[in-house]
Design a protein around this ligand. Structure first.
Ligand code: PAF
Length: 306
């Protein structure tokens, strides 16, 4: 299968290396020539426990010519989705599928608008990966990947799930993909802004009663909005418990939002708390916690980037 991966971050690099080792010859699409040059200096490296796997990457950067890829996997930050879609467009053949494994709610719609309902797969992954340096990924643990049609009547994703699973990236296709996306969104709505604002690793939240109270309120808002969108995330208390379990299971992680804020980068907040707050407004569901966390992260971004 001819595969292109747009976004050489932690998840993009992890999937690239695993697919390469499984015998595919994917292309990694860099943002620009500078990033492509930096990535081609050394092999991509996957650190797992004490072992280190290396793969020489095949790298392209925009403007792409017409490569008839079978699958384009979008693994950029959510706020870079438009740019990723523009980059990928010339590389689409008549039957190319596009799969997003990005965080948050919003990238799916941007890709549907760009490519149409017949070829976009929405997905979410619980793979634990941290980018230590360009091209160097630490694999913190295997988590499942779910994917399915981003719009009614879209591709099922069965074949892609099979290919990922054979490459050691456990994946399942499901028509209920948005349930999985909302579950991950609830986790990100609580853990990401709190760790970024408090400047702590995920595990600290699970030990802190005040933080746990905030998590419960965030979970309640996300569950109420999700229900209006047709997704049942279950009872608020149970959802909050699940989020706290994730914080415990990833105790040593510095969340992606904490890393972005610390590095003075823009965060994915518009696609996380911002997306929930916007949908809350649409459905007249008050979301004061999500609104405030969104604004606080915006304020932090501005301070760190000034
Ligand atoms: O964005 C992240 O960092 C991760 O999705 C999660 C689950 C919060 C773990 O750090």
């Amino acid at each position: 299968m001819r595969i292109a991966i747009v976004g050489p971050g932690a998840i993009g690099s992890l999937f690239y290396i695993r697919l390469s080792l499984a015998g595919h010859q994917p292309w990694l699409i860099a943002r620009d020539e500078r990033q492509a040059r930096a990535l081609s200096q050394t092999p991509l490296t996957l650190l797992e426990g004490e072992s280190s796997l290396q793969v020489k990457a095949k790298i392209l950067c925009p403007p792409l010519e017409s490569y008839p890829f079978d699958l384009v996997l979008i693994a950029t930050k959510a706020q870079d989705t438009k740019r990723a879609a523009e980059t990928a467009l010339p590389a689409l053949g008549p039957s190319t599928l596009v799969l997003t494994l990005q965080n948050g709610l919003g990238p799916q719609k941007i890709l549907l608008d760009a490519f149409g309902e017949g070829r976009v797969l929405a997905g979410t992954t619980a793979q634990g990966a941290t980018l230590l340096a360009p091209g160097v990924v630490r694999h913190g643990g295997d988590g499942e990947t779910y994917l399915g049609p981003a719009a009614k009547g879209g591709p099922s994703g069965e074949e892609i799930a099979r290919i990922l699973s054979l490459a050691g990236l456990k994946a399942s296709a499901t028509p209920e993909i948005f349930t999985y996306i909302w579950r991950k969104l609830a986790i990100n709505c609580a853990i990401n802004p709190l760790t970024a604002i408090l400047g702590v690793q995920n595990g600290e939240l699970a030990k802190n009663n005040a933080a746990k109270k905030i998590i419960a309120k965030v979970a309640g808002e996300v569950a109420a909005v999700a229900l209006k969108e047709g997704v049942d995330l279950g009872e608020e208390g149970q959802l909050a418990e699940k989020i706290i379990l994730v914080a415990e299971a990833t105790a040593q992680n510095r969340s992606s939002m904490l890393q972005d804020v610390a590095a003075g980068r823009l965060t994915e907040t518009d696609f996380i708390n911002g997306a929930v707050a916007a949908l809350g407004k649409k459905h007249s569901i008050p979301c004061p916690l999500n609104e405030t966390l969104h604004e606080m992260i915006k304020a932090l971004e501005a301070i760190k980037r000034s």
